[in-house]
Design a protein around this ligand. Structure first.
Ligand SMILES: N[C@@H](CCC(=O)N[C@@H](CS)C(=O)NCC(=O)O)C(=O)O
Length: 118
């Protein structure tokens, strides 16, 4: 908890910088690719902060689900299989996948936003 608070403070003091800046139109074009995704996270988890900083660098936004407690934590355990964050919930073609591991999540997001529109 104390470490998480310190990391959040450091993250606020030294915010990630955008490596790319998207126009509102470009963001709207990404919406179909990103809306099926949600990031299950803890606010003060270093690996979650790493993913959130990568989101900022890529100038994209995802639905964030805080799962320190409550229904999203229960859902993560029940459907994802374990309580480990960050975890990306991917809803595609009527199926749901749960992607664990911060590096995997960042790589997946990079691939998703580079994909040409379907
Ligand atoms: N290798 C993982 C590590 C993730 C990890 O250790 N997450 C911790 C929080 S910082 C966790 O989910 N712990 C389970 C718990 O607190 O119940 C990654 O890079 O995503």
């Amino acid at each position: 908890m104390i470490l998480g608070g310190m990391l959040l403070t450091l993250n606020a003091l030294f915010p990630a910088t955008r490596k790319i800046t998207r126009t509102p139109e470009q963001k709207a074009a990404l919406h179909p690719k990103l809306s099926p995704l949600s990031l299950y996270q803890f606010k003060g988890c270093p690996f979650c902060i790493k993913v959130r900083r990568a989101l900022k660098e890529m100038d994209i936004e995802l639905t964030l689900r805080n799962c320190e407690s409550g229904v999203y934590r229960e859902e993560l355990l029940r459907e994802g299989g374990e309580i480990q964050v960050p975890c990306l919930k991917i809803e595609e073609s009527g199926k749901t996948r749960w992607l664990y591991e911060s590096d995997e999540i960042i790589s997946y997001l990079r691939k998703v936003i580079d994909q040409p529109a379907a």
